[in-house]
Design a protein around this ligand. Structure first.
Ligand code: C2O
Ligand code: CU
Ligand code: CU
Length: 483
């Protein structure tokens, strides 16, 4: 893997200074592009929508935008109500929702609500295409537990390009159960949302989506680490404990998150909401599409950094792409320690018994040459083919077998599932909660239990796919109906 890190600001200045000394004045070199680091940590605004006609209504306009990632350079992007990414939609369990999604791009797009249990017609997958200039307005009632969800483009063959350009945002769900707990939850004070991504820039500071053959295999990795579109921002804090809501919004990069001083933290939530109990960890790997909420204690007043070791789907052959700084965390002072975390967080019902089918999914690559196709059960995605139908009201087991030498994070629409077994063993505690995206490593077999409740549609399907967006666009996706 050739990852050429952009120069940091300091090395760029040194390089420029050295070049000016060495070169005749007339050959004044252009300064190298440098990531804009060291700014105060910023996060998207909370957006509560407006109450109209008995629904909480969100107006979302997807449009070409601009954003300053590199000092002094305006990079062309796609944004949702803003220049890059979108607002944090703040919603409450039980809310009747309506989304007005306006497509102000010159090409068709969709917007998918990742992790949401909703009717297929509202899902925003490849079957809910929005023409340029048109507005799509799905409605559904929010049936989720409190947690961190997200939304992103899902146009077939364009998902990777659209997300790369910035078509993504976070959905923050609250409920009574979560609010009864003594946890940090004040946005911007002790509760912070982090959209983790990385991007690659060209010599002009633009970030065209132009994957080469290797990127299509390994996933499109960038060399500039971003959190909410910023490089290495500084978060100054005034509280003894903070909550970090993390989304891996990268196209194809896995992040092993940990702190520079090795401090431990607790994971309190996975994709679909709170875990049964806080899980103490020293590091946590998030695949593209996964979310986690962490609690970090800062009462000692010591500064630290959130670091991410980054790698692509081919890590077992190619190794990791190195450790990057996500952000600096600087408590303004030492404080008395926060009280102990609650021992129990949420009522996690036992994994439901299977009442319906057991289905098997084999992840494979055809032709082990350079341009293998990515396959599920020997087939590529076909927009006109429904792979199977699930009877409404049944509980199924889905067994995923990875026969490729790459990691595939498998995502299933409509349901929050439970992991029953990974290679015959029960899941680790931080994977034992509600999930919608699960890592399936090379050679692994992962067995899931899924309950299909509430919504049936004889025609419109839901998707299941690898969340490495290059793999998804290459056809590692299938579709099912609930009938
Ligand atoms: Cu996050 Cu089918 O998507
Ligand atoms: Cu999804
Ligand atoms: Cu994959």
């Amino acid at each position: 893997m050739t990852h050429r890190p952009l120069m940091t600001r300091r090395s760029a200045l040194t390089g420029l200074g050295a070049a000016l000394l060495a070169a005749p004045a007339i050959l004044r070199p252009r300064p190298a592009l440098a990531a804009l680091t060291g700014r105060p940590f910023a996060q998207p605004d909370l957006f509560e929508g407006v109450q109209t006609g008995g629904r909480r209504v969100f107006d979302l306009a997807v449009a070409p935008g601009r954003h300053e990632f590199l000092a002094g350079v305006e990079t062309e992007t796609i944004g949702i109500n803003t220049g890059f990414l979108g607002p944090i939609l703040s919603v409450r369990s039980g809310d009747p929702l309506r989304m007005n999604v306006a497509n102000r791009l010159a090409e068709p797009m969709t917007l998918h609500w990742h992790g949401m249990h909703l009717p297929a017609a509202a899902d925003g997958g490849p079957h809910q295409e929005i023409a340029p200039g048109a507005t799509w307005f799905p409605e559904w009632d929010l049936r989720q537990k409190a947690g961190t969800f997200w939304f992103h483009g899902h146009q077939h063959h364009k998902t990777a390009a659209h997300v790369w350009a910035g078509m993504a945002g976070v959905i923050r769900v609250s409920d009574d159960e979560e609010e009864a707990l003594p946890l940090p939850r004040t946005h911007g004070v002790d509760d912070f949302t982090l959209i983790l991504q990385d991007r690659r820039f060209d010599a002009a500071g633009q970030m065209p989506y132009a994957p080469d053959m290797h990127d299509r295999m390994a996933g499109m990795l960038g060399d500039v680490m971003l959190v909410n579109g910023q490089s290495e921002p500084v978060l100054e804090t005034d509280t003894p404990r903070i909550r970090l809501r993390l989304l891996n919004g990268a196209n194809g990069t896995f992040y092993r998150l940990h702190f520079a001083d090795g401090r431990a933290f607790h994971q309190i939530a996975s994709d679909g909401g709170l875990l049964a109990a806080p899980v103490p960890l020293a590091d946590l790997t998030l695949a593209p599409g996964e979310r986690a909420e962490l609690i970090l204690d800062l009462a000692d007043g010591a500064a630290t950094q959130l670091l991410a070791e980054a790698w692509g789907a081919e890590v077992q052959m190619m190794g990791s792409a190195g450790i990057r700084t996500v952000m600096d965390i600087r408590p303004r002072r030492a404080l008395p320690a926060a009280p102990a975390l609650p021992e129990r967080l949420a009522e996690l019902p036992p994994i439901p018994e299977r009442t319906g089918e057991t289905r098997r999914f084999k992840l494979a690559m055809s032709g082990m040459g350079m341009m293998g196709d990515f396959l599920i059960n020997d087939a590529q995605y076909d927009h006109g083919r429904i792979d199977f139908s699930v009877p409404l009201g049944t509980v199924e087991t889905w067994i995923w077998q990875n026969t490729t030498p790459m990691i595939h994070p498998i995502h299933i629409h409509d349901v929050q599932f439970r992991i029953v077994k990974r290679n015959g063993q029960p899941p680790a505690p931080h994977e034992a909660g509600l999930k919608d995206t699960v890592i399936v490593n090379p050679g692994e077999q992962v067995s899931l239990r899924l309950a299909f409740t509430d919504y049936a549609d004889p025609v419109l399907p839901y998707m299941y796919h690898c969340h490495i967006l290059e793999h998804e666009d290459a056809g590692m996706m299938g579709q099912f109906t609930v009938v």
